[in-house]
Design a protein around this ligand. Structure first.
Ligand SMILES: [Zn+2]
Length: 258
């Protein structure tokens, strides 16, 4: 007889921290039950049945027992691991950034299958592609969209008039495109026509297709800044892993110039 106190789910391990002598407290984003914390008892013992299955950025099948304050992990099987992420510091930094975005944007115990599927999709891509940056920008857009923070891309966020091509800026605090008549230069960001087109493309295509796009470096940089400022605004904080990726770039760039 199956106990009604246990349940199973597919899950992505977001992070863990040590607890007591040999336990781990995991933060997992489950497909069916949303983000939750669970204790894996004895997981730090070498012979633990959990060993190797609860590393961050691993997709697992997890069985959990309901607890009063925290769930207890009763069984874990690895569904998909990403060994290539752990062999490349850049890939690992991108992967951790994805897990931090998911952790920050998802409330506890609220399932969001769109974010779950997009998260697995982007981790697959980072793992396999030498240039995942544009698709990571698309994931940033998708997590805003699937969390209810979709930037407005068609009408002015202040006056509601349809945006005229080339006559627009971007207002982070107002949530999207703003016409030149309503925009205050000091409180809004530059937004080229190419940038608005790229974001509209992201809005139509949640996965795949980016490899065919030809994007100018200036457009990429502008879109990256627009999305990052939007994320920081809604989360009310900067992400540590995003700063780390920037730091990696600054320490790697000079090496190529030596
Ligand atoms: Zn306006």
């Amino acid at each position: 007889m199956t106990s009604i106190k246990t349940y199973t789910s597919q899950a992505l391990v977001l992070k863990y921290f040590p607890y007591k002598e040999a336990d781990l407290i995991l933060t997992v984003f489950t497909k069916q039950h949303g983000k939750l914390q669970a204790i894996a008892k004895g997981a730090r013992k070498p012979q633990s049945k959990f060993s190797g299955h609860v590393e961050p950025l691993t997709v697992i099948n997890i069985q959990l027992a309901r607890g009063r304050s925290i769930e207890t992990v009763t069984q874990v099987q690895t569904n998909k691991a990403y060994p290539t992420l752990y062999k490349d510091l850049n890939k690992l930094a991108h992967g951790i950034y994805i897990s931090e975005l998911i952790d920050q944007f998802t409330p506890e115990k609220e399932p969001n299958k769109q974010i779950f599927d997009a998260g697995i999709d982007i981790l697959d891509f980072i793992s396999n592609s030498p240039e995942p940056e544009l698709k990571i920008r698309n994931f940033e857009f998708q997590i805003l969209k699937f969390s209810g923070f979709l930037p407005e891309l068609f009408v002015c966020v202040k006056c509601g008039q349809e945006i005229v091509a080339g006559e627009h800026r971007y207002s982070v605090s107002n949530g999207g495109v703003i016409c030149l008549g309503c925009s205050d230069i000091s409180n809004t960001m530059d937004m080229s026509l190419a940038s608005i087109k790229l974001l509209r493309y992201f809005n139509r295509h949640s996965t795949a297709g980016e490899s065919q796009l030809r994007i100018k470096e200036t457009t990429y940089t502008e879109v990256r800044n627009l999305l990052l400022e939007t994320i920081i605004f809604w989360l009310e904080k900067d992400l540590k892993s995003s700063q780390f990726i920037d730091h990696l770039k600054t320490i790697q760039t000079p090496l190529t110039k030596l």
